[in-house]
Ligand binder design. Structure first.
Ligand code: F6R
Length: 242
């Protein structure tokens, strides 16, 4: 894995944003895999502020998001669809019908998982996937466990993840218990991956990802199997890697 150290949060957004711009320059109908959370907000800001200066357009770009809480639709401020509209889609010239986020309000979650996988295939696969990482090493909502679950599937969120995500809700109890997430296999099929990691709280997990053996107990470690991963991290996140 290639590792780039970012000077700070803003620099992380710039480095990752430049990689996305290069992808869009090479292919105007690129398929971008997107994440939510605090880490990518700076990336989306960089993209929204800079695309017109580059004479770039999102009009042919397609996007697929990693995950969504079950029970939420886009009108819910805590939903990932709402997050994406707010931080990126409403700020660029993207066609909303080209943006995919799992439907948390679907009637049949198993069917929704199958539909999602099929949609990614119809798009021709993901050209570049942005990933954040949880303190426990999760990517998407693929939590540590006994096995790597493969395709898009339903997950029960761990108490730890629900506690960490409580910052976006009124209370920890309001955090949904289940989500739909792309699986590890879906993620590994992306042609390029950016793993964006910020802050000392992620240092232990990142050291494991870069230096230890692959284990389902640290889901992001599976990225060692992918041929084109760029890790962009600040000094805090890299502080246990020496
Ligand atoms: C969200 C997602 C999660 C986050 C991770 C890190 O779509 O896929 O895996 O990337 O929880 O979140 P932040 O960036 O808020 O620390």
């Amino acid at each position: 894995m290639k590792v780039i150290q970012a000077d700070n949060y803003e620099d992380l957004g710039k480095i990752a944003g430049e990689m996305i711009f290069r992808q869009m320059e090479a292919k105007d109908d690129s398929v971008l895999g997107l994440a939510t959370g605090e880490t990518p907000v700076g990336i989306y800001q960089y993209l929204a502020e800079g695309y017109q200066d580059r004479n770039l357009s999102f009009s042919k770009v397609r996007t697929v998001n990693l995950d969504e809480y079950i029970g939420m639709d886009g009108s819910n401020e805590q939903s990932y669809r709402y997050f994406m509209n707010k931080h990126l889609f409403n700020k660029v010239d993207i066609r909303k019908e080209f943006t995919e986020v799992p439907n948390g309000k679907c009637e049949d979650v198993e069917q929704e998982c199958l539909r999602y996988e099929k949609r990614i295939e119809e798009f021709g696969g993901i050209d570049i996937q942005i990933l954040g990482m949880g303190e426990n090493g999760h990517i998407g909502f693929n939590e540590p466990g006994n096995e790597f679950i493969c395709d898009t599937h339903v997950v029960q969120l761990t108490e730890d993840t629900r506690k960490v995500n409580a910052r976006f809700f009124d209370s920890a109890d309001s955090v949904p218990e289940q989500a739909i997430t792309m699986g590890i296999r879906t993620i590994l099929k992306a042609r390029k991956i950016i793993l964006a990691v910020y802050g000392v709280k992620k240092a232990e997990a990142l050291a494991g990802v870069l230096k230890d053996r692959v284990t389902p107990w640290l889901p992001a470690s599976v990225l060692q199997f992918h041929p084109d991963v760029t890790v962009i991290a600040d000094a805090g996140a890299l502080s246990k890697c020496t």
